[in-house]
Design a protein around this ligand. Structure first.
Ligand code: PEP
Ligand code: MN
Length: 244
């Protein structure tokens, strides 16, 4: 079985000290892709907005110090040049899936892009957003299902696994499932991750924080180190992880 890619890390970069705690732990778990937002598009302007440029400098240092690959969200095309110095994969967050000028500009570059599905986008709309990038000539695209809005409120969003299976038929692109933002909780992360891999996902995104209860964003869904280790063990035991 092909080994799924795991992208793990905190919701947001909070400090260098935080990253120096989290990254060595994730490396010890054989995780090579670290996620951490420097720019955080939050629903409320009163909530933590990320460290911005300072966060990027931390990511740049972390990338150099640990030789890891960094995934981080781009919210403004004016940040492209600087972000390319600090980050390996530029994430387009759910809220920017239909920011077509941003998508076209990323399409004109050759950067690796992780495109998230908007919480209210149909699968057809998600596919068209991907085409904005592909048609400008950038084939380095990874898709990400991160849950959609429904009437259900036991989870933060509703994880739409048919999106994985259908996008695999529509586009020849890797797709990963963001377990954390789909669920907004961590107690059912393992069974949903196994389901995602069974539905054809090529990888998973999971938020991990050194002390989730004091995280500056998404405290309820971030796993602590013990929870993440258990989570990995659980999906490995199911044989869903190849050699990882
Ligand atoms: C994130 O991954 O940091 C994030 C904000 O997710 P989404 O865009 O899916 O809400
Ligand atoms: Mn988050």
């Amino acid at each position: 079985m092909k080994c799924p890619t795991i992208i793990a890390g905190p919701c947001a970069v909070e400090s260098m000290e935080q990253m120096r705690t989290i990254v060595p732990f994730l490396l010890s778990m054989k995780i090579q892709y670290i996620r951490a937002g420097a720019f955080k598009p939050r629903t409320s302007p009163d909530d933590f907005q990320g460290l911005g440029m300072e966060g990027l400098s931390i990511l740049e240092a972390v990338r150099r110090e640990y030789s890891v690959k960094i995934v981080s969200e781009i919210v403004d095309i004016r940040h492209l040049e600087r972000m390319c110095q600090c980050v390996d994969i530029l994430q387009v967050g759910a809220r920017n899936m239909d920011n077509y000028e941003l998508l076209k500009e990323l399409g004109r570059s050759r950067v690796h892009v992780l495109l998230k599905r908007h919480m209210s986008a149909t699968i057809a709309e998600f596919e068209k957003a991907a085409q904005y990038i592909l048609q400008e000539g950038n084939p380095n695209l990874i898709l990400c299902e991160r849950g959609i809005r429904t009437f259900e409120n036991a989870t933060r969003n509703t994880l739409d696994l048919s999106c994985c299976a259908l996008m695999k038929r529509r586009l020849d692109l890797p797709i990963i499932v963001d377990i954390s933002h789909s669920l907004g909780r961590k107690d059912i992360a393992a069974p949903m991750a196994k389901a995602a891999l069974a539905a054809g996902a090529d990888g998973l995104m999971i938020e991990v924080h050194q002390q989730p209860s004091i995280a500056l964003s998404d405290a309820a869904q971030q796993m602590d180190f013990i929870e993440f280790e258990d989570f990995l063990q659980n999906i490995r035991a199911a044989g869903a992880m190849g050699e990882l």
